[in-house]
Every structure is written in structure tokens, then in C-alpha cells.
Design a binder for this molecule. Structure first.
Ligand SMILES: Nc1ncnc2c1ncn2[C@@H]1O[C@H](COP(=O)(O)OP(=O)(O)O)[C@@H](O)[C@H]1O
Ligand SMILES: [Mg+2]
Length: 425
């Protein structure tokens, strides 16, 4: 970290840090020549991979884009590469977390949605995909409520000289941030415009409800597995305003090489506002003394109960290193009961606490709803659950009073692995 008041390249005085990211640090700097404030993004010169170069290349290209902070200059010092750009305000991740319920009203989410799509349109129109769409990569203007898109270190040119989208490359690797990355990214596939939109859908759900179904999972692979099960209306957008389902269906209909109709996507949000008589002129929540109530989802998927079930203030079992207190975790329904599939339709599972399992090799349980299970071992977070055939309708399983985080995966015709809530998540 650079100390306040230190001077970069004889011109840029460090005023205060603005953010610390995976690849570098961002500071508010004052231009000694004009006294104006700017943002400086610094990256150590000895870092293995320079993402700042990619960012500078992109920012130079989109100099006239109203949704990208203005590029000022770039340079190097003995230790750093740096980029000077227009100074903006708070990022949307920080803003959401500063709300009393850590979520925005529907009006604010839809208005932000319209603005974020406008930002993405500018990026895509320049022939790039962003590949790291997330709340902290959208910022407000400095002292105003305009929305800007930032952080182009993972951006990639995905078009040829004629503007056609390049075909997919084979297994280029994971790109993005685990919580918001698309399923394709988790599967290390090449990304396209539609993947930026998957991330937008996720972040808008989080803004509205305060969480995403995989909020408890830490392991990137597990998050990817869960996302892969949450791709339908029932499992991802049920209980939310219909524009979320419309966006979901639109994204699913986009081919890899297809450009998005950004105006159409914006119309989903505009029409939702119109249908609910929400005036576009309404101020954002943070600009109002009495902002509207947050949206109440109409199904259990994003119910308040689920949202409040955050990580418990648990007592960790030093042997098992997983919470031993009661802890309910939600899993969206995996399949419809009529679908012909091996996946197991479990919504959530309640079973004896893994932390309190006797140290038996095997420990079976059954439930009133027809599921039976078998712990492989108390140390292992994995449990095999058998379901009756045909699969029963999604319903919570109740057994004793403790719950596990479940991640059913197709496994044979009537089995699924269920991961107990533990340190792996
Ligand atoms: N131009 C800017 N004006 C104000 N704050 C900024 C600016 N650029 C970045 N930030 C802040 O710094 C954080 C990290 O910057 P970002 O460019 O996203 O870098 P990283 O690659 O480290 O994520 C952002 O989330 C934002 O809060
Ligand atoms: Mg960032």
C-alpha cells in the first residue's frame, strides 16, 4: 500500500485508498497541476500477469463511452504500472451492503438494471466482453447517481475486424468471480455475451433478495455444481417479478455467437416498472429519506426466512471443523417430479447434525417423506441419499432438527450425493 501524500511520478498525490483488488490497489489521487481528483489503479511491475495492460488497451479504445470512466493517462514507476482515470463514487456492492436489509427496493433494482445494461451495451459494442460482471464493478459517479462500469482486467475482445463474434475456444479456463460467474465459466468454457448476462441476472437477484442460493458455498466447484442445477424458472427466478424470468429465458435463448438485444433486455425492466406503476423518476433508495419497502418474494426460494439463515454464530467442533449448531440451508428444487431424470428432487434436507454424529462407520436415517439416507462416515461431509422411484415431489425433509447443505448430483438412477454443511462451503 502507498502512504497518503506520497507522490506518483511527480504529479499524482495519493489522497486515500479506494479499493484493494486481486491484481492491485486503487487510490484517489490529486493532480498537482490542476488540483483535480482522479482514481489511480496501480499494479506491481513484478506481478506475474499484467491485467493493467489489458485494462489500458480497453479504456483507450472506449474513450468516448459515457458509461466508462474517462481515461486520463498511464505510466510506470520503478515498482508500479499505473492508470489514471476519472474519479467515480461508491460501488454497487458496498451500496447494497449499506442498506438495512442488504438489498434494494424493486424500483432501485430495475432502474439499476436499465443502467447496467446500458453500460454492458457500450462494452459489447466496442467488441469486448467484460467477463467479470459483479456489483463491485459498477460504480456511481462522483457526487451523482450515474452508473459506470469499471475493471476491464478480464475483458476480452471477442469479435473479428468485421465485428463478428469469434467462435468458442476450447477450455480456456475459469474467468470471473465465483459468486457471479456463469455455469459455462465454472466449466472452463469460452465465454460470450450471454455469460455477461448470466452474471447480471445473478447480481440483480442478489440486489433484490439480498442473497443468492449458493451464498454459503465457498468452494468454486461446488458453487458451479449448484448453479448448474439452478437454471430454470423454478430453481432460480420463482417468486421474483416476471422480468427476471423473461431475462432468464432470453439468456437461455442466446447462442454463443449471438449479439444481445440490449434494448429488449431493458424493456423487460421498463415494462415491469410500468405494470407495477413504479415511476422511473423515483429516486434511488440511498437518495431517499424513506425508501420503499424491499420486494417480498412470493415463494420459499428467496423467502425472508431463507435470507435470515445466514452463517450461524456457531460453536465449531474442533475435530470436525464444521458448525455444530442448528443451521438450515436452502436448496432449490432440482427437477420437476415429472421430469425423466436421475437428479433427485430435494428442496432441503433436515437430518441429524453431522457434527454430533456418533463415530460409527455407517449411520442411516429415514424421513417421513420417503427419503432414506446413509452417512458414509462422520468425518466425511458426504451422505448418500436414496430416493424412491419415481421421484417424490420437492419437499423439505424433516428429521430431528438439524439440516445439511445438499448438493444432489445425478449418480446412478436413484442416488445422489448430498454434502453436509461444513468447512468445504
Ligand atoms: N474510477 C474509480 N473511481 C472510484 N472508485 C473506483 C474506481 N475504480 C475502482 N474503484 C473502486 O475500487 C474497487 C476495485 O477496483 P477495480 O477496478 O474493480 O479493481 P480490481 O481489479 O481490484 O477489482 C472498485 O470496486 C471500486 O470500489
Ligand atoms: Mg473489480
Amino acid at each position: 500500500m502507498l502512504a497518503n501524500n506520497s507522490i506518483l511520478k511527480d504529479r499524482w498525490k495519493i489522497v486515500k485508498p479506494l479499493g484493494q483488488g486481486a491484481f492491485g490497489s486503487i487510490y484517489c489521487v490529486s493532480d498537482l497541476e490542476s488540483g483535480q481528483l482522479y482514481a489511480a489503479k496501480l499494479e506491481r511491475r513484478d506481478s506475474k500477469r499484467s491485467v493493467l495492460k489489458i485494462e489500458v488497451a480497453f479504456m483507450r479504445k472506449v474513450r468516448k463511452c459515457p458509461s466508462v470512466p474517462a481515461y486520463i493517462t498511464c505510466g510506470t514507476t520503478r515498482s508500479y504500472n499505473f492508470l489514471i482515470e476519472e474519479m467515480c463514487g461508491t460501488n454497487l456492492g458496498v451500496l447494497r451492503k449499506s442498506r438495512p436489509e442488504q438489498r434494494f427496493s424493486l424500483t432501485t433494482v430495475l432502474k439499476l438494471g436499465i443502467s447496467m445494461v446500458a453500460c454492458m451495451k457500450d462494452v459489447h459494442a466496442a467488441g469486448y466482453i467484460h467477463r467479470d460482471i459483479k456489483p463491485s464493478n459498477f460504480v456511481l459517479g462522483h457526487g451523482n447517481n450515474r452508473v459506470y462500469i469499471i475493471d476491464f482486467g478480464l475483458a476480452r475482445k471477442n469479435t473479428d475486424a468485421e465485428g463478428n463474434i469469434l467462435p468458442a475456444r476450447k477450455n480456456p479456463g475459469f474467468r470471473g468471480t465465483a459468486r457471479y460467474a456463469s455455469v459455462a465459466s465454472h466449466q472452463c468454457k469460452d465465454l460470450s455475451i450471454r455469460d455477461d448476462y448470466w452474471s447480471l441476472l445473478y447480481l440483480m437477484i442478489e440486489m433484490l433478495t439480498g442473497f443468492l442460493p449458493w451464498r454459503r458455498l465457498k468452494d468454486r466447484e461446488r458453487i458451479g455444481e449448484m448453479k448448474a442445477m439452478c437454471t430454470t424458472h423454478d430453481t432460480l427466478t420463482s417468486g421474483l417479478p416476471s422480468c427476471f424470468e423473461r431475462l432468464l429465458n432470453y439468456i437461455k435463448g442466446l447462442a454463443f455467437t449471438e449479439k444481445a438485444d440490449h434494448e429488449r433486455i431493458q424493456s423487460f425492466f421498463v415494462e415491469e416498472m410500468r405494470a407495477r406503476s413504479l415511476p422511473i423518476s423515483t429516486e434511488y433508495d440511498w437518495s431517499q429519506t424513506h425508501p420503499p419497502m424491499p420486494y417480498q418474494p412470493t415463494t420459499a426460494l428467496y423467502s425472508r426466512d431463507q435470507r435470515l439463515m445466514r452463517r450461524p454464530s456457531c460453536v465449531s467442533d474442533p475435530n470436525l471443523r464444521r458448525p455444530s449448531s442448528l443451521n438450515q440451508v436452502h436448496l432449490p428444487s432440482v427437477t420437476s417430479p415429472t421430469a425423466h431424470t436421475d437428479a433427485v428432487p430435494i428442496v432441503s434436507v433436515r437430518s441429524p447434525s453431522v457434527a454430533r454424529l456418533p463415530s460409527l462407520e455407517r449411520n442411516t436415517f429415514s424421513t417421513s417423506t420417503g427419503f432414506s439416507g446413509e452417512y458414509i462416515s462422520p468425518e466425511s461431509p458426504r451422505v448418500v441419499v436414496e430416493t424412491p422411484s419415481p421421484p417424490v415431489a420437492p419437499s423439505p425433509l424433516k428429521h430431528n432438527s438439524t439440516t445439511m447443505l445438499c448438493s444432489p448430483r445425478p449418480h446412478g438412477s436413484r442416488h445422489a450425493h448430498v454434502h453436509a454443511h461444513g468447512t468445504r462451503f
